[in-house]
Design a binder for this molecule. Structure first.
Ligand code: ADP
Ligand code: MG
Length: 679
């Protein structure tokens, strides 16, 4: 039963089934001194009376306990017969329970009673653990108390050698951690609160440290053994582009990241790099220049985008920049027509196309490269690991991989969820951008909002209206969107205003036409769902209105807002909502109004939602810590990471004698010792 319900299979599992809280029965209060500020209290006195009161459902057992300072009432509503039988009037008892007051008189409901024998109060010498149990276990009579007994018995037979230290002595000393053995004792049976806190810190650190050492070893194995194409030179294509065609100066961050990529690709091993950069930070040009290095080394590249709109946009940008240099760029998406597709595939296979831009269509079997050297994945969160892996198979040597994401991931999360990838950040926006001004307005301020939008359009700017449509199939939301479209149209009638609309139920062609009209400034307004979210670039658009903004998550709001503020004009993001907005939603909206820093927003998101919900990390398994929480324990995580790196740097195979216990622990996975299974 333990096995199924709590996944407790071994003694070790039992030790790792940690209490959720402790009860303090180490003290005895004077009855005359209990106060409403107390929660659980323990008192000692003589049992004066025990009576049954009330009828049927209102039936309860009421007793009185007296010490030298006063009298307290004890009540039971359940198990009455049994309790009544076990109590002896006139005897001394310890009573422990939840304190309440009725008409100013103190009461304990359902107290636990313990008879005091020989006048000695059996006050506990440690805090009593309360363990989480499931309803099923409870129903079978196995409660937290029974688990506590089991654990206590286990400690009677355990010795220090059964829970040997695994952390190097130097770390323990430097961080003043308590020993592993002591930590396990104290997390279950602390003598006082301080013991417990020390135990938790020690075990959290251990958990995070072990995870970081594991990831670090994975990284180092990959670094040492994965072979890849060596891009030894930076040649004509790169240099010509850099000196003659680059439309702006690179930011410091872009240069730094390019250098990291160059080093990776020249190292002889396969690059596996995650590139993070806030929306608009200029990741595309970095990818393009990495591809030029591939060209200089005789290899082809591909860049895979999550939507057709985005693929098309990259294609236009790439071909505009590169065709003057005689570099051939191709486009392949789901809607590429058969004849065109055949041509594209042929030129990829014979190597005459150097760069191919596309969507998922790129991973189909029919796509063959002459020599694929670099694969770039844009907007990483829309692609799974499996899809990435299919790109590898397209080459005799695994191509270098550059995975780009505009969803900023908090540092701590990146360290744990993607800790086995190398990791670059563009943490600087190109110069000359004015941050988007974000405001929250209630629905009834609509007339003023519309006036403002009219004035922006009069200045030649364009506007987005975003409606929540999470599942493309949901009919209700679809109708909402159509209603929204009609409303916008009523405020902005033809022929003075023209409106584009893009949503998930349209086919690629319809989307494309509408998008193109907006890009060409034939329409001033774009009504859309979140399909517009990723990557779309219309620098002339200066206002984004988000309808029912309370329904969006933080990172989504941030992504959407990234669609404006791309040109030199001052841009605005207006979050509309009704007046009834929940606390979390209110928090989200106010975060949006207070910062445009994607990393700050991501941290906040992590705080509000917890790590389990952050996009793409749910199944990673890297976040399943028993005690640690990467949001709350950031400091500890950074510390653990630092030590893990330090150790692996000095001894990447953990062969030094001081690292042997750690190595053993990692190899066994779980240090089983000599413990037998719980049968
Ligand atoms: P994202 O990182 O969101 O993909 P993009 O690569 O689309 O951002 O870049 C956003 C805009 O900034 C593009 O119009 C791009 O041409 C421009 N840009 C990129 N780098 C620079 C730079 N160093 N200086 C000026 N503009 C830049
Ligand atoms: Mg982009």
């Amino acid at each position: 039963m333990l096995k199924k319900e709590l996944e407790i299979f071994t003694f070790e599992d039992l030790l790792n089934h940690f209490p959720i809280r402790h009860l303090d029965r180490t003290k005895v209060q004077l009855i005359g001194q209990v106060s409403p500020a107390m929660d659980m209290v323990q008192v000692k006195g003589i049992l004066l009376s025990v009576e049954l009161i009330g009828e049927r459902r209102a039936k309860r057992l009421v007793a009185q306990l007296r010490d030298q300072s006063g009298i307290i009432e004890l009540t039971w509503f359940q198990g009455i017969t049994w309790v009544q039988k076990s109590l002896v009037i006139g005897q001394p008892y310890l009573a422990f329970g939840k304190l309440g007051f009725f008409l100013g008189r103190p009461q304990l409901s359902h107290p636990e009673m313990e008879q005091v024998v020989d006048g000695a109060a059996p006050v506990k010498s440690f805090l009593e653990p309360v363990y989480p149990v499931t309803e099923k276990l409870k129903a079978r009579g196995l409660n937290g108390r029974a688990l506590a007994k089991l654990t206590q018995q286990l400690f009677l037979v355990l010795e220090q050698k059964d829970l040997p230290e695994i952390l190097p002595e130097s770390i323990i000393a430097a961080e003043r951690l308590i020993s592993r053995w002591q930590a396990y004792q104290f997390i279950h049976f602390p003598v006082q609160q301080d013991n417990y806190l020390k135990a938790v810190t020690r075990l959290k650190f251990e958990e995070l440290f072990i995870a970081q050492v594991r990831l670090g070893m994975l990284r180092s194995v990959r670094h040492r053994y994965s072979r890849g194409v060596t891009f030894a030179r930076v040649g004509e294509a790169f240099n010509t582009f850099f000196h003659e065609h680059l439309p702006f100066n690179l930011t410091g961050a872009q240069k730094r990241v390019l250098k990291e990529i160059r080093q990776d690709m020249g190292s002889g091993r396969q690059m596996n790099r995650l590139l993070q950069g806030d929306v608009g930070s200029g990741k595309t040009i970095v990818a393009l220049m990495a591809m030029l290095i591939a060209i200089d080394n005789g290899a082809q590249s591909c860049i895979m985008a999550p939507t057709e709109i985005l693929a098309k946009q990259h294609y236009n940008q790439f071909s505009k920049l590169l065709e003057p240099m005689g570099i051939k760029v191709g486009l392949l998406t789901g809607s590429t027509k058969a004849a065109e597709r055949k041509k594209v595939l042929a030129s990829l296979a014979d190597g005459s196309t150097s760069i191919i831009v596309g969507t998922h269509a790129l991973i189909e079997d029919a796509v063959r490269f002459h020599q694929l050297g670099l694969a770039v994945i844009d907007e990483q969160h829309k692609f799974g690991v499996a899809q990435r892996a299919r790109l590898w198979e397209k080459s005799s040597f695994p191509p270098h991989m550059l995975v780009m994401t505009a969803t900023p991931i908090p540092r701590t999360l990146a360290m744990t969820a993607y800790g086995d990838l190398d990791y670059s950040v563009i943490d600087e926006l190109p110069p000359g951008r004015t941050p988007v001004l974000t405001v929250h307005r209630l629905d009834d301020a609509r007339p003023q909002v519309m006036d403002f939008i009219r004035s922006e359009i009069a200045l030649g700017r364009q506007v987005y209206f975003i409606f929540p449509l999470i599942e493309e199939s949901e009919k209700l939301q679809y109708e909402d969107l159509m209603q929204g479209y009609e409303n916008v149209k009523a405020w902005f009638p033809e022929p003075q205003y023209w409106i584009s609309m893009v949503h998930g139920r349209m086919n690629a062609e319809q989307k494309e036409v509408n998008m193109q009209r907006f890009v060409n400034q034939d329409t001033q307004i774009m009504v859309s769902t979140t399909v517009i979210e990723v990557g779309v670039n219309v620098p002339n658009a200066s206002v984004m209105v988000i309808e029912s903004a309370e329904k969006f998550g933080l990172s989504q709001l941030h992504q959407l807002r990234g669609r404006v503020g791309r040109g030199s004009e001052k841009s605005y993001c207006i979050l509309l909502s009704g007046s009834q907005v929940g606390k979390d939603a209110k928090d989200r909206l106010s975060v949006m109004c207070s910062t445009t820093d994607g990393f700050k927003i991501a941290e906040k998101d992590l705080e509000l939602r917890g790590p389990g919900d952050i996009q793409g990390t749910r199944q990673s398994g890297a976040l399943n810590f028993r005690l640690a929480n990467i949001s709350e324990d950031r400091g500890l995580l950074e510390l653990a990471r630092g030590y893990a790196e330090q150790i692996l740097e000095a001894d990447h195979r953990l062969e030094m004698p001081v690292h042997l216990p750690l190595k053993q622990f990692l190899q066994i996975g779980k240090a089983k010792g000599e413990w037998s299974k719980i049968s």
